[in-house]
Design a protein. Structure first.
Length: 158
């Protein structure tokens, strides 16, 4: 797995830089005919885990981008807690992924597009760990358009 370091790009907003990396993962999901959501986990300016939706390929409703990234990051650091890490995800996490984020004790979650239908905030912001900082709407247009286009294309094929 190839990892990228933000420190190589000193003049770019780090949240936008890493959200663009998550968008690359979303593109991989799109190419695999999965709902195009991508995620990366960053520690000290370095991507230590990444993932995209694999629910269709794995026939597994839990194979969300965030879950793939959590597993990859935990394997990379050799520990289950992701304190001092940031999750960048192109779509607001669902309740399951927000609950998993709670258990990882991740420090920050940065998401691109809100998900008013299935996002965890519809239910409660208290699902996250109390120390987790939540930031939304980073590259919102780019993150929402890839999902909207995916579903529009699906409807047009039907």
């Amino acid at each position: 797995m190839k990892y990228y370091s933000f420190t190589d790009q000193p003049f770019i907003n780090p949240d936008e830089f890493f959200m663009n990396e998550a968008l690359k993962e979303a593109q991989l999901a799109l190419e695999a005919d999965e709902i195009p959501v991508g995620a990366v986990i960053v520690s000290k300016g370095k991507i230590i885990g990444k993932g995209h939706n694999l629910t269709q390929r794995l026939n597994d409703v839990t194979a969300h981008a965030e879950m793939q990234a959590f597993t990859a990051a935990a394997n990379y650091i050799g520990a289950k807690y992701l304190t001092d890490c940031t999750l960048y995800v192109t779509l607001e996490p669902c309740v399951m992924c927000a609950g998993a984020a709670f258990w990882t004790q991740i420090s920050r979650i940065v998401f691109g597009a809100s998900d008013p239908q299935r996002g965890f905030q519809k239910h409660s912001k208290n699902i996250l760990h109390p120390k987790t900082e939540l930031i939304g709407n980073i590259l919102e247009v780019e993150c929402s358009s890839i999902v909207k286009q995916f579903f529009l294309d699906k409807r047009n094929k039907s």
